[in-house]
Design a protein around this ligand. Structure first.
Ligand code: MG
Length: 245
């Protein structure tokens, strides 16, 4: 069952997402060589609390932190540690979830630390492009598969792989709601899209192969071939006029 949100509910989700953006801006400034991922987590948590909101990831299925920090070949769900310091040339994905007055916002971005390789730059561009292509298909009257297919097409035409184990999701009164939004699929297939749907669309892209392995901490997943992964996510409301990020 995919929830249809009222304009009032969408306004609440928008308010949560504005806090996600404020946190992301603060984090972008803070990503530097030698900064630890715990410091980034503390900054995110402080910013969220100052906005009167709650970090949505903390405690979610016992997740220990306010943000996910996934570096280089880590795909998703890495968690911050005082022992992990950023190194020149790393790429880091930071995923931020916020709950305000019972409504959720979710967003992720990947940035380079200092100078990054040309391959990593291409990976970041492709991932952001795939997100933009997916969002462009988040239109009432279309089908869910149109979003998935647009993401997959952009990624695979660049010679990269979508990570298939994870994808986007409905969002609103909880962090993860129906539907699951795969980053691969066929156009014209799946549920018909309606105004009032709110989706977190999130391509997760590997520069190499798509296979993952789960780390000893039980959360962090990395690519089997060790190639870097990027991830971009926006929360998007489907309106009669088109997608609103
Ligand atoms: Mg998400």
């Amino acid at each position: 069952m995919i929830a249809v949100r009222s304009p009032d509910e969408i306004q609440h989700i928008r308010a949560s997402c504005e806090i996600v953006v404020a946190v992301q801006r603060a984090l972008e400034q803070a990503v530097k060589v030698n900064v630890s991922t715990s410091e980034l987590d503390a900054l995110a948590e402080r910013t969220i609390l100052e906005c009167g909101a709650r970090p949505a990831f903390k405690g979610y299925r016992d997740f220990p932190s306010s943000i996910c920090t996934s570096i280089n070949s880590a795909a998703v769900h890495g968690f911050p540690s005082p022992d992990v310091n950023l190194v020149e040339g790393d790429i880091i994905t930071i995923d931020v979830g916020v709950e305000l007055d019972g409504f959720y916002g979710d967003g992720a971005f990947t940035v380079g630390v200092g100078d990054i390789s040309a391959d990593c730059r291409r990976l970041l561009e492709t991932t952001r492009g795939a997100l933009a292509d997916g969002i462009a298909q988040a239109r009432a009257g279309g089908r869910l598969g149109d979003i998935s297919h647009a993401v997959q097409s952009r990624v695979e035409s660049a010679g990269m792989s979508v990570i298939r184990e994870f994808g986007g999701h409905g969002i609103g009164r909880t962090l993860h709601e129906d539907p699951h939004i795969p980053n691969h699929g066929n156009p014209g297939k799946g549920p018909r899209l309606k105004p009032g749907f709110v989706f977190a669309i999130e391509p997760i892209v590997s520069l190499g192969g798509p296979e993952l392995v789960v780390g000893d901490d039980g959360w962090t997943t990395t690519t089997r071939d060790g190639t870097p992964v990027a991830h971009a996510e926006h929360t998007v409301a489907l309106t009669a006029e088109g997608p609103e990020i």
